[in-house]
Write a protein that binds this ligand. Structure first.
Ligand SMILES: NC(=O)c1ccc[n+]([C@@H]2O[C@H](COP(=O)([O-])OP(=O)(O)OC[C@H]3O[C@@H](n4cnc5c(N)ncnc54)[C@H](OP(=O)(O)O)[C@@H]3O)[C@@H](O)[C@H]2O)c1
Length: 356
């Protein structure tokens, strides 16, 4: 097949099979497979597939770590908003080592990160021992991050970085006033709290888990806000001005409440829908307080912004307490975590260990 101007080798040729043998790689791939039976019921669990079953691409990666994002949990249940075709392998995140490359500038042995694009959505993803991807999806692991740390961050951390960047671009500075993070104990929320605190912002963490106050304080939150306090059901176009900025992972009436509570010129970076996909709000916050609603899409983030976010996550924005927000598991033991993330019960990030 041809990708751009690159001629990409087929992985079905004898030469490639010989190379794989030389690399002492198995031609089988352990993966977490989601299938649908003739009655339409979805089944999922560990399975063995061939390397030939992997999607096309010019780079083959031996996966060291993947992770569990909300989107992966939806894919694992066969959610048709995510899974286009069965059988499917979830996993929007991958960190690992290149074992085959037909791309200029990407060599066997390079350690790399792949997050988003179609990975784990319309293509098989990172819940497998190997993934094959187009070279332009790949980010080299930046100096300052290990493979393990890059997947503690994963798509959630990358998204948090894009949200902080959006606030800065809209001139929300530490001296502008308090910044609120919703879904604060989740993956995006935890990393967002930690980055903002590191950069000197006055961070308020909204959570539905009162027992997580200590966890959030350790990440750097100055104030813990019970979820109900930012879920105003009154029919008022505007509320008291409280927040200079916000990072919202939950949507719905909570996003509507925050938009109505932003200070003049404030900005909310909206990235999620854990609480709902509607948005009950009038135009008044926009036309009377000049607030900005900045949309965040991590999956198709352009190259320059993608590289910049990972560079920042490896240096000035790297949370000091990464390990404290991580739980480690394996693909064979991931099912309870899938249930927990769908029920909003996860604290921080769940990292999946493969070839470590
Ligand atoms: N736009 C993008 O590119 C992008 C990228 C990554 C993720 N996302 C989206 O961002 C959201 C968060 O992702 P994540 O990986 O952080 O998920 P997560 O780890 O599951 O965290 C979501 C958090 O939201 C809160 N929450 C759950 N149910 C809620 C409800 N009914 N009402 C209000 N809050 C609720 C919980 O935190 P508390 O208990 O602390 O309140 C939960 O831990 C998801 O919707 C995900 O799909 C979007």
């Amino acid at each position: 097949m041809v990708l751009g101007t690159l001629r990409v080798p087929s992985f079905r040729t004898r030469a490639v099979r010989d190379t794989l043998k030389k690399l002492r790689m198995a031609t089988n791939v352990q993966c977490y497979l989601v299938e649908q039976d003739a009655a339409g019921l979805v089944h999922s669990g560990m399975a063995l597939r061939s390397l030939d079953d992997l999607p096309p691409g010019d780079v083959l990666i031996r996966v060291a770590y993947s992770s569990l994002n909300y989107k992966d949990a939806m894919a694992a249940t066969g959610h048709r908003g995510i899974v286009r075709r069965f059988p499917h392998v979830p996993g929007v995140d991958v960190a690992g080592t290149v074992v085959q490359s037909g791309a200029v500038g990407i060599a066997v042995g390079d350690t790399v990160i792949v997050t988003g694009f179609d990975q784990g959505a319309s293509r098989w993803g990172g819940w497998a021992e190997y993934v094959r991807v187009p070279h332009d999806w790949i980010v080299p692991v930046p100096a300052g991050l290990t493979l393990r740390e890059s997947m503690i961050l994963g798509t959630a951390g990358f998204t948090a970085a894009l949200c902080v960047d959006a606030l800065q671009k809209h001139d929300v500075q530490p001296e502008s006033g308090p910044v609120v993070v919703t879904g604060a104990t989740g993956g995006v929320g935890s990393v967002a709290v930690a980055i903002l605190a590191k950069l000197g912002y006055d961070v308020a963490a909204v959570t539905g888990k009162p027992s997580a106050a200590e966890y959030l304080t350790q990440l750097g939150a100055k104030r813990i806000v019970p979820r109900g306090e930012v879920d105003d059901k009154r029919d008022r176009a505007l509320l008291s001005e409280v927040w200079a900025g916000a990072i919202d992972a939950v949507g719905g009436n909570i996003l509507g409440t925050i938009l109505r509570s932003l200070k003049h010129g404030g900005c909310v970076a909206a990235c999620g829908l854990a609480g709902g996909n509607d948005l009950p709000v009038t135009v008044y916050p926009f036309i009377l307080r000049a607030v900005t609603l900045a949309g965040i899409d991590a999956s198709w983030c352009p190259r320059a912004a993608r590289d910049q976010a990972w560079q920042r996550l490896a240096t000035a924005w790297k949370p000091a307490n990464l390990e404290s927000m991580a739980t480690f598991t394996t693909l064979a033991q991931i099912d309870p975590y899938i249930k927990d993330i769908l029920a909003g019960r996860i604290l921080g990030r769940v990292v999946v260990e493969l070839h470590i």
